[in-house]
Every structure is written in C-alpha cells, then in structure tokens.
Design a protein around this ligand. Sequence first.
Ligand code: PEP
Ligand code: MN
Length: 683
Amino acid sequence: MKDALGKLRNELDRVDATLVDALAGREKLIARIGELKRGGGELRDPNREEELLTRLVDLGKRAGLDTYYITRLFREIIDHSIRKQQEHLTDAQNPERAGAEQIVIGYQGVEGAYSHLAARKHFGPRGVDVRYEGSRSFRELLERVRDGEVRYAMLPIENTTAGSINEAYDLLARMKLALVGEEVCEINHCLLAIEPVSVSRIRRVYSHPQAIQQCTEFLDSLAECHVESFADTALAARKLRDDQDLSQAAIAGEQAAQIYGLSIIKRGIANQKENFTRFVVVAREPERFDTRITCKTSVIFATRHEEGALLRALNVLSEQHLSMTKLESRPRPAAPWEYLFYVDFEGNVADKRVETALRSLASETSFLKVLGSYAARTTRDARPAEPRKPQAAAAAGNVEGQRDPQSPPASVLQMLEKKPYKLVSRAQRSRDTHIHVGNVVIGEQSPVIIAGPCSVESREQILACAEKVREAGADILRGGCFKPRTSPYAFQGLGYEGLDLLEEAGKQFGLPIITEVMHPSDVEKVARQADILQIGARNMQNFSLLKEVGRVDRPVMLKRGLMASIDEWLAAAEYILANGNQQVILCERGIRTFETATRNTLDLSSVPVARERTHLPVLVDPSHACGTWRWIPAMSRAALACGAQGIMIEMHPEPEKALSDGPQALNFERFAELMHDLLATAK
Ligand code: PEP
Ligand code: MN
C-alpha cells in the first residue's frame, strides 16, 4: 500500500511539473503577444476570451472534467495573462518604471497582514524583483513613499462590510501623492488560537479595529469575552504566538495562522460572507496608462457654496459619459460643516473625455485634486469574460407583440390608472425593470433559468444538484429550507441548517441562490444569506410578510397565489414596492381550477397580461403547475414562447426518494436534456 501510494505520488509530481512547464510556456507566448500589441490593435478581445473558454470547457467535458472547475482555473490563467500584458504596456509608457532593478513595496502591518497579501497579489505578475516592508501606521507608510524610501505603498481604502477606511482617505487628501493602481482581495476572517481549543474557552480576542468591526455579530455571541484593538491582524496573531495563552484568540487570515503556527478554531466569522477589501497603490508620481487598458480615475474636490453645486459637479461626468464607481464624503480639515468629496470614475486622464471632464470639474468646484488614473480591477470589463453560454430561447421569448411591451396603448394606460397598484404599474414606469443578482440580470432580453430541488435535504444532495445546474448552464440555484407543507406531519425543511448548505453549494458552483421565507421574523436573517427571497403561493397575501420583505434590500420573487387574480397578485407586489423594495420578480405557478389532471392549471395567459400591466419581470414555474415531470418540458417552452422572462424548474438526484414534490422533479438526465433543448432553440 505504502509503495503504491509513493509511486502514484511520484507520478502526480511529474504531472504537476508538466503543468508548471506548460504555464511557463504560455507565459512566454503572452510576453510575445504583449510585444506585438505595443504597436497597436485591440488589447483584449472579449469574444475571443469567451470562445477560448467555451472551447476549453468542451475539451474538458470530453476528458471527463467538470465545467465549473475548468472555467475557474482558466479564468484565473486568463486574468493573469491580461495583467501581464497590461504590465508590458505600462512599462512601455513609463520607461523609468521598467528599468527598476529591485522595487520596495510598503504596507501597513507585519508579514501575513492582509495588506501584505494584497501587495503580493498585485506585484507578483510584475515580473521584477520586489521586497516588501511593513510600516507601523498608514501615516508612516505614506511618509515613506513621500520620502522615497519605498516605491509603492499598498493602502486599504474600503471594505465591502465595514465601508470606507477614513484615515486612508484623509491622508490622501492631505499628502501630495498619486494613485497608480488598485487591488481587490477577498478577506476571510478566522478565529485563531495557539491550539485547537473550543471557542467557549476564549476570554480575550485581539485584532485590527476594522476586522473587529467586520465580525461584530460573531463577537457579540461570545459571552464574557474581552475584545482588544491591535495595529493589525497579523500583529495580533504574533502576540498569540508570543504569549502562549490558551484563553487568547486573534481574528486574522488563514495565512497569518500559517506564518505564526496557530490553529484556526473557527472560519468565516465576518458578518457578511462576501467580504472584500479594495486597496490602492500609492506612489510619489502618477503613472501613464495605455488607453486600451480599462482604467479608473480618482479625484478629490470641495464644492462651492452654491445651491446644486454637487449636482453640477457630478453632472460633468455624466455629460462625458463617464460612469462613477464611488462617491465618498469626509469632513474638510479646518472647515467645520464643510466636506471633501472623493470620486472614482471609469476613465483615463490620457483620454480626451476625461481631460474635458476634469477641466469642467475644476470650474465647478472650489478645490480639485486629481489623484491619478490606474488599471481598474473592480469593473466588470476589467475581468476575464465568461464562457459563452447559449441564451435560452431568447428568440422564442420575443415573439411578435411580446417583443416590446414597453409603451402600452393609451386605452391600456387609462385602464391602469384605476388599478389598486401604482408603483408596479406600467403607467408609473414604462421601461422593463431589470433585477441584478450577482452576474445574472433578470428581466433583460435573455431568459433566466432557476433550478434546483424542491427542498434542501442534505449536503450531498444540494451539492450534486448545484453541480448539474451549473453544468447545464442554468443561472440560479433554488432550494427550499422553510417548507409550506399542506400537512404538519410532512417534511418541513431543514431551516437555517439547510440555508447554510444551500449557501455553500451556491458559493462552490458560483450560483446565486433563492429560497422561500415564511415568517416575518426570519426575513432579515434569511436575507443575509439568500440572494433572492421567495414568497410562496400560499403567502401571496400574507401582508405582514410582504411589508417585511419590502423593507430589506434583496430581490423578492412573489409567486402567484392559488386563487389570486392577476390584479390581486400585482396589488400584493405593490405592498413590497410601497415599503421601499423595488426589486420584485413575479412568478406564475398555476392556479386552482376544476381541472384535476394537473396539480394546478398553468395560466400562461397571465404572462402577457402581467407584462402589459407591470414593468416587473415575469417568470413561470411549470413544476408546481404540472405536478408531474412529463409535462414540464412542453410547458417550459410554452412559457418562454409567450414572453416569460425566465423559468423555475425542480430537479432532484433521485426524484422517487425526494422528501417533497418528487413526482414533479426532473432527474438529472431529463433536466440536462431540457436545458440542452432550451439553449439550442436560442441559436
Ligand atoms: C416552491 O417553489 O418551493 C413552492 C412551495 O411553490 P409554491 O409556493 O408555488 O407552491
Ligand atoms: Mn416544490
């Protein structure tokens, strides 16, 4: 056994070495392409990136490799190539930068701090000799840049949970420095201790104030525990190692545990599961960027004391079609009740439109400081394309008469004026509402496909479903955790335990998740984990629940009630919009009629009617309407043909063993077949 294992491992080592060789070969080719592109031409071709990924996914499939695995791997490789090519071009524009022998990069903290990791991620692809040096504070760090002791500083500027890092902004306003880059790092806070002790034994927790702020919910749950601020997360980890005290813990990243030989006693303790920090690269002088690189520009300004001053300043960007990505305000030093505005927008100072905008901005403000332009990392087109996915029957969804229900005739508008809903009405808003969920847009041209089991039943079950949903090219993963069952003795769902599993499956396969919420007191909690909240048919007129989901900032899918007219359904949606949340998706799922052959009667005529009366997206759930899997493919096609902007399908690894709605679940093979069919129609 030992021998056999050793042999296999040797073989594995050889395969890995071949992979590294292949990557090195790829990198050489990229460098040559970079040389060629210096001369001109498009820097990136999203069509080619899409094609390349699609081809690799196909190749992988034939070799028995998982689609998502191949996509993730090659997106990383392509992203690296894009960065390499950008570095080539930027070197060409900044000869003084290209010649550097060794560059010193500064960051705040000690080895293993998040800033250190961000610096390594950013400067790795530069391909020059770099040395990293930690500083004690942001101020010291930036002073070292100013004094030429370090070439660049990696400065955290904002976090997706805790928001802007005020000190960083204030220092940028005060000091004469430039921004030359940005980086985004996923932050995964862990609780570290010197040994794998139970969390309940911890009495003291150390970390950076930002990290503490991002983990307040977890910290609040610890009884009798003292929390203490430290200059950075890695320093807190180092203290643990030095003290060797079992009652102490630190909040820091995985790498810090490795560096200081600590145990991770709990992972993922941040309030928000998706936790990213954006860093900026600070230098003494600005750098020039090729206009083919997607750039951002950062400025700081103060407005004049005139009415509409801020509006006019921002309008300058819109006039030049420059999209703003961030707006922040901070107190203006030595001027009580006056503010400095920090604005990031897409664009490069080397571009004419930006030059014009900056000139106008200067005349609209009382102070303007341009921090510089740099290669963007957060905008969508700064990242590699997705593999091409044939869009489900988009053509079918656009049958004549359904194509553009955007301006109803005057007689319809008159009729709509009398309805018991206003905000959902086309009379209020004629344009279709688009709802963004991760990278998916619901209500746009191409239909969206939601699929998954009726209920989350186990980790294996939901992971297997998610894999198939992803592989088939569907967009969103469904799974019920709180189940509205006719009988109190039937399976009621796994509750929050199920939601954790659904979330894990969604993350692993890059799919947004949707789940039903049944009680108003669960709304806020479920909204923290689910990307879309579902209101089930039985709760369509549960007005306290509707009001509650109206108060959270999460898309809501409202299913049509079993006995509800179209107008009652739309009036129910009005409850959600009237409470603030405008992100409602309607879902037709069949109504009660005298017919018993199907579980419900799928009222497809509600689709064109609802789409005429409201701007909200309308989806169809043929699974709950038919109640039997055999009719689902036909009704799915019909739904898209009559203008539904998406469908929701139930599937299960073993429908005959499902704990709920087995008879209507498609098995994996049938689901893949249906998806293939729907996607093929689109071509
Ligand atoms: C569901 O989608 O899980 C569900 C229970 O559907 P409905 O509310 O339409 O019956
Ligand atoms: Mn169901």
